[in-house]
Write a protein that binds this ligand. Structure first.
Ligand SMILES: NC(=O)c1ccc[n+]([C@@H]2O[C@H](COP(=O)([O-])OP(=O)(O)OC[C@H]3O[C@@H](n4cnc5c(N)ncnc54)[C@H](OP(=O)(O)O)[C@@H]3O)[C@@H](O)[C@H]2O)c1
Length: 269
């Protein structure tokens, strides 16, 4: 993993404990926030990434931490690498487990989430005549029901101005399916897209915007396990993360319910 160094707020001068002023800088060394610790905290956005152990989720956390946001990385297992960067890591967050998600919600109770990013996903190859229905059921449980289960449990932490990004995939697009294959993955991602639209409708009155996003074809464990034909040229996770964050930064209530590529293209459902 690329280790980007995060500048924590550092004290400016010896001003004494009560009046201490802090400065937080960007990775390029430019001042980002200056003020007392409580003042700085007010400006920092809190962003929860679900599925942060590796791949795109991990890269999102690295990039967000470098930007100076308060990042909570929810991992199925754990991430010593993110902990070492100062990211708050919550381990044991299985999006298929009601009790694990309830535990996450109670840990976050009382904290506002500015952005919730669903990244957790699984894929299994599926060839007609050789379907493994248990594997397809798992894809549905993680990819389609996971974002719903987590969002529903965390509604109390989301409010006016919060954003929800669901990393689905363009292979879940009905309109763009020109090759077939990957049945369970495609079907679960199409269902996740539908979940994103339903959430966008339900949450718009509460001022919460929702978007489905395709990260591009990204070099991760997921694509390593697929045949070349299913993948194509790959970009690095950190580049996908930067594109995804640019789209999430742009997201507002006017664009709620949209499906975008990390490169900015609007995708067909
Ligand atoms: N890579 C691509 O080209 C591509 C393209 C389109 C869409 N996507 C989507 O982007 C997302 C991230 O993909 P990736 O390429 O970064 O995949 P990845 O490297 O395989 O990472 C998947 C992540 O999901 C976690 N996860 C799996 N099952 C989970 C569960 N039940 N609960 C919580 N977390 C779980 C994994 O945890 P562990 O590490 O502990 O197993 C891992 O952190 C996925 O939703 C994927 O479908 C990827």
């Amino acid at each position: 993993m690329a280790m980007l160094c995060m500048d924590f707020p550092r004290e400016l001068g010896l001003t004494g404990r009560l009046n201490a002023r802090y400065e937080q800088r960007t990775p390029l060394g430019e001042p980002r926030y200056t003020g007392s610790k409580p003042e700085i905290k007010k400006f920092m956005r809190t962003i929860l990434v679900i599925g942060a152990d590796r791949g795109i989720g991990e890269a999102l956390c690295v990039e967000l931490q470098a930007r100076g946001d308060a990042v909570v990385a929810a991992c199925l297992k754990d991430s010593p690498a993110l902990r070492a960067l100062g990211v708050e890591v919550v381990s044991g967050v299985d999006v298929t487990s009601a009790s694990a998600i309830a535990a996450l919600a109670s840990r976050l109770a009382g904290r506002r989430l500015d952005v919730l990013i669903h990244v957790a996903g699984v894929v299994f190859e599926a060839k007609l005549g050789h379907f493994d229905y248990d594997a397809i059921t798992t894809e549905y449980a993680v990819n389609a029901l996971g974002p719903l289960r987590v969002t529903e449990a965390l509604l109390g932490s989301l409010g006016e101005g919060s954003k929800i990004a669901i990393i689905t995939s363009r292979v879940g697009s009905l309109g763009e399916n020109m090759s077939g294959g990957l049945y369970g993955y495609r079907m679960s991602k199409a269902a996740a897209n539908m979940g994103a639209i339903c959430l966008a409708h339900d949450l718009k009155p509460r001022g919460i915007a929702v978007m489905a996003l395709h990260p591009g074809s990204v070099r991760t464990e997921m694509t390593r396990g697929l045949t070349n034909a299913a993948v194509g040229p790959l970009i690095e996770p950190i580049d996908a993360a930067r594109g995804l964050l640019a789209r999430i930064d742009e997201l507002n209530l006017d664009a709620t319910g949209s499906f975008r590529h990390a490169n900015g293209a609007v995708l067909p459902w």
